[in-house]
Design a protein around this ligand. Structure first.
Ligand SMILES: [Zn+2]
Length: 462
């Protein structure tokens, strides 16, 4: 039997829980962005320097290729090729025929991530790679149950990922520019993923889990595994409040595996103030997104690609899909539920999107939804945050002022692991730094006489 919540959440934790991310309050930024041409479209060189986030970033999809090869060799994991070129040709492609082909690569990456050293190293390198392109805040997600086995406990899995990320953070923040407050520090959070669906082949833990629930319906087994993950996570946090596990996610096959099956797990997380994000509207329609928000309390949605598409509504009880989508958009916009946009990944897994320009992100922008650019999988999608933003800026004609708002959403809608006051101060610092980088860039370009722009509409907000 569970103890009451009061006893389970130690007061010292209370201020660092991430539910604070959605607290209302005045916008922290209304500075004058000193630029000669607020309408200019930034290129990759400038984008690289700007402070950025990645809130949707799978650890097991974002290994360095060289590290995957090295770990596989050491751990005697079979790969279809032993060269980087070979793997890029056979597994981690520019484009994929289908989602199953996209997912194929994870078989190899999870196979090498079965011990402390591998988890710590890949987490460390992932943070370094982000830092190298000016990303200041990341939320790294992975499914612990794909890594746990007899010789690798849940505790060790979580601690080793944290060790890697922490080491990279401390190294970065020891630089004089950060210590002296001239640049915002690097911060991170960890998100644990529950899976909508799994088979015995997914991992040792899942094999045992399925065996142990032989007489339960598969749907019930998936739900129980999620609940176990949620309980494991909160129990871990009671012992290790210093580890910034800031949220829970639901990933995996969407169609046929509804979010509501995982209600109990998300309710458990919700009552303990963990952030909630759900992969939804990627392979399925608007109702799936609505369900994630209303039944799993999602603060953010992974992808949300088909949010604005009435033709993707399949529930026969919804008689007017157009009106349903309009209401849903209003509902989401009002609550600032944030869409984690992974453009390259979507193009790779959704053959029905013919080009980047045709991606529904355009409609999300037009509807003033809260969105943030993410990579999903740096290796599997062969991308970086800078690349994602550069592509979007070009395809959708996003000017620097609008980009400022979009990049700031990432910081604001993060499940930042600290008190809300600290988060606000961080966002403030990020906004000032953004302005400074743009101004310096403008000066470098031989910018014209500057005009202080004080319009309320450009305050990196909402
Ligand atoms: Zn994802």
């Amino acid at each position: 039997m569970e103890r009451p919540l009061r006893e389970r959440v130690p007061p010292k934790n209370a201020s660092r829980r991430p539910g604070l991310a959605v607290a209302p309050g005045p916008e922290p930024s209304q500075t004058g962005l000193m630029i000669t041409d607020p309408g200019f479209t930034p290129g990759p060189e400038l984008i690289r320097k700007l402070p950025k986030t990645d809130l949707h970033l799978h650890l097991d999809g974002s290994l360095r290729l060289s590290t995957l090869l090295e770990l596989a060799r050491e751990r005697k994991v079979e790969l279809p090729s032993w060269t980087e070129e070979g793997l890029l040709e056979l597994v981690f492609k520019e484009s994929y025929r289908s989602l199953p082909e996209y997912l194929e690569g994870f078989r190899f990456t999870t196979a090498v991530l079965q011990d402390k050293e591998a988890m710590e190293r890949t987490a460390y390198e992932l943070a370094l790679d982000n830092q190298a392109e000016g990303v200041r805040y990341i939320e790294v997600r992975f499914a612990p149950q794909l890594h746990i086995h007899t010789d690798f406990t849940a505790q060790e899995v979580l601690l080793s990922v944290d060790r890697g990320l922490r080491r990279a953070m401390e190294e970065c923040n020891a630089r004089p520019a950060v210590r002296e407050g001239r640049e915002p520090p690097f911060r991170y959070g960890i998100i644990v993923c529950a899976l909508r669906f799994f088979t015995a082949g997914f991992s040792s833990l899942f094999r045992h889990f399925i065996l142990a629930h032989k007489f339960s319906e598969p749907q019930r087994v998936f739900a129980l595994a999620s609940l176990e993950l949620a309980r494991m996570t909160t129990a871990f946090l009671e012992e290790h409040p210093e580890v910034p596990i800031v949220g829970i996610d639901l990933a995996g096959k969407e169609k046929g595996y509804p979010a509501r099956d995982h209600w109990e797990a998300f309710q458990h997380a919700h009552q303990r103030f963990l952030g909630k994000t759900v992969h939804a509207g990627e392979a399925y329609g608007p109702e799936s997104i609505f369900q994630a928000i209303t039944e799993l309390h999602a603060d953010r949605i992974g992808h949300g690609t088909w949010l604005l598409d009435p033709s993707k509504v399949t529930n026969p009880e919804i008689l007017d899909p157009e009106a349903y989508v309009q209401n849903l958009v209003r509902f989401i916009a009002d609550r600032r539920i944030t869409m984690e946009i992974c453009l390259t990944s979507n193009l790779q897994t959704s053959p029905t999107i013919p080009s980047l320009e045709a991606h529904p992100f355009k409609k999300m922008l037009d509807n003033k939804l809260s969105t943030t650019f993410c990579t999903d999988n740096r290796l599997v999608s062969r991308t970086t945050v800078t690349q994602e933003i550069s592509k979007a800026v070009k395809a959708f004609g996003i000017d620097v002022r609008r980009l400022r708002n979009l990049l700031v959403y990432g910081f604001k809608r993060s499940f930042f692991p600290g008190p809300y006051t600290e988060k606000r101060a961080y966002v403030r610092q990020v906004i000032d730094y953004f302005d400074q980088v743009v101004e310096e860039y403008e000066e470098g370009r031989g910018g014209k006489k500057k005009q202080k722009n004080t319009g309320r509409d450009q305050g990196g907000s909402k």
